[in-house]
Structure formats: structure tokens, C-alpha cells
Design a protein around this ligand. Structure first.
Ligand code: PDD
Length: 282
């Protein structure tokens, strides 16, 4: 029962929600999005998701159409109308509908706001390991913007799937950036490493939670460049995202990572993440 979507102030059935063909999101992928996990009907880290949304809108010079309290109310209504429980809220803001297709912007456009809900299956699963493939990061140089223009990510995700893997781990000139839809962590000698937050990666909300939990439990965390050789010889590797939480990688292409089973650091952080979720601090 996740059939009700929010579109520009209205709650409508998914099948009957419509946008203009002149919406710049449709024509140019001119917009940004968020995926917000909801546990037991409560959004997780909503403040941080809304703050990243605001930062991305500012980078594109799109006025944020809602205040934090308005977003909160819209999301609460959508959760309730979609039956609550564990959900992923997809939130998209595009620049809006232009008069004609033109790269240049019209003045005073009204952003188009769409929110949808889907079941968050990971919330009910035990920790599971997955496999990944290393691919060249073919995307643009502003991966810090959570843009709805995801052609690069789509091509890479599907290339991974076609070669029998669950995720693509991307690199530029041998340095790991992130997953096609996730951030990347590795453990070596019980210290945690993750690529630095810059324009080449999305600053993941889950990434931040993991860093906080790791530091709180006394682990040393290094946000620094990781060469693919270091990744392949790590004791543990995992990816993180709102949709996948912490997903350990047991194999990257032909290389077994560590002992090929879920490592102790991933296990502990996963348990801590589950406990932290239950506190539902927004
Ligand atoms: N993607 N990097 C990329 C390229 C991503 O697409 C995502 C998440 C992340 C992790 O961010 P967060 O922890 O805030 O979810 C990193 C979402 C889930 C998606 O596109 O569906």
C-alpha cells in the first residue's frame, strides 16, 4: 500500500499523477532528489536530508519551495497515507515548467515537488554480504549534487548487474570514489578508511552516521584517498546508503575480500546502526 504520491500540494494516486512535458526535470533532468529512510513511521536523520537538499538546491539556484517544518509535515502525511512502517521516501524537486524548451532559464519559475513512498525492505533483513565490480567512474565532476541526472550511475549499475554483481565500485585514475548508488568504506588493521568528501562523491547521510558510530566506539577513521590496490587488499569492505544501510562486500571481481565472510568491524557497526536507528534522532 504505497500508492499515494504528493505532487505540488496534492495527494494523488500514483497512476494519476501528471506533470507537464515542459517540466525541466523531464526535459533536462534539471532537479535534485533525496531518498529518506523511514523506520517505524519515523524519518531517519530528516534534518540532515533536508539540509543536503537545501545545499543542492542552492548550488543549482533553485529556491527551496518549502521550509523545514513544511517538508516535515508533507513527509508525515505521506507516511501516514501510505500505511507507515518501514519506508523509503523519494523526494524530488525540479526547477519547474518552462514556457518552451530552452537551456536558458525563465525568470521566477515555480519548482515541481514530487514525493513517493516505497517499502524499505532492508530494514527487515539481517546483514547480508554482496559482490561488486570495479568500474571507471565515467560521471561528471559534481557528484556532490544529488542530481536527478543519473545516466552515468544507471549505466554503471547495470554494467555491474550484467556481470553478475550487486554494485559497481567506481574509481578515477585508480582512486576509489564511491559506489554507483552508495559510499565505500574499508577496514585495514582495525582502522576505517573512506574516500574524502569532495565534489567527486555524494556526502552520504549513512556515511556520516557510520563515521560517528565508528569514532564513538574508538575506531580510528581516515577520510582519505584509497587506491584500488588498497581496497582489494583490505580486511573488510562495505558500501553504505539509505536504501542498503551497511552492505559488506565479500568479493570484488575475482578478488575475495578478507576471508570472504562478513568481517567483525562491519558486524559490530551494523549492530550499532540498528540500535541507533531505534533511537530515531532526527
Ligand atoms: N543513493 N552515493 C551515491 C552516488 C548515491 O546514489 C547514494 C544514495 C549514496 C549514499 O547516500 P545516503 O547515505 O545519503 O543514502 C552515495 C540513493 C539511496 C538512491 O539514489 O536511491
Amino acid at each position: 500500500m504505497t500508492d499515494i504520491v504528493y505532487l505540488n500540494g496534492d495527494l494523488v494516486a500514483k497512476d494519476s499523477a501528471k506533470i507537464s512535458v515542459l517540466d525541466r526535470g523531464f526535459l533536462f533532468a534539471d532537479g535534485v532528489y533525496e531518498v529518506i529512510p523511514v523506520y517505524n513511521s519515523t524519518p531517519f536523520r530528516l534534518k540532515q536530508h533536508l539540509s543536503r537538499l537545501n545545499a543542492c538546491l542552492m548550488q543549482l539556484d533553485i529556491a527551496n519551495p518549502h521550509s523545514a517544518i513544511e517538508w516535515k509535515n508533507i513527509i508525515a502525511t505521506l507516511i501516514q497515507r501510505n500505511g507507515g512502517g518501514h519506508l523509503a521516501i523519494y523526494l524530488q524537486v525540479t526547477r519547474g515548467v518552462s514556457k518552451e524548451r530552452n537551456h536558458l532559464l525563465d525568470a521566477n519559475m515555480t519548482p515541481t515537488v514530487l514525493l513517493m513512498a516505497s517499502k524499505l525492505t532492508v530494514a527487515e533483513q539481517n546483514i547480508q554480504s554482496i559482490t561488486a565490480t570495479l568500474l571507471n567512474d565515467i560521471r561528471w565532476l559534481h557528484c556532490d549534487i544529488k542530481s536527478i541526472a543519473l545516466l552515468g550511475n544507471i549505466m554503471l549499475s547495470n554494467k555491474a548487474r550484467q556481470s553478475g554483481h550487486d554494485e559497481a565500485i567506481l574509481h578515477r585514475d585508480g582512486l576509489v570514489t564511491e559506489g554507483a548508488a552508495s559510499n565505500v568504506f574499508m577496514v585495514k588493521h582495525r582502522e576505517l578508511f573512506t574516500p574524502p568528501q569532495n565534489q567527486l562523491i555524494l556526502g552520504g547521510i549513512t556515511r556520516d552516521v557510520i563515521i560517528e558510530l565508528a569514532e564513538a566506539s574508538g575506531l580510528k577513521v581516515h577520510q582519505q584517498d584509497i587506491h584500488i590496490d588498497q581496497l582489494l587488499s583490505a580486511d573488510e569492505v562495505w558500501i553504505s546508503s539509505s536504501a542498503r544501510e551497511i552492505s559488506p562486500i565479500r568479493q570484488i571481481d575475482d578478488k575475495i575480500i578478507g576471508s570472504g565472510i562478513i568481517g567483525p568491524v562491519a558486524s559490530v557497526l551494523h549492530s550499532e546502526f540498528q540500535a541507533f536507528k531505534k533511537t530515531l534522532i532526527n
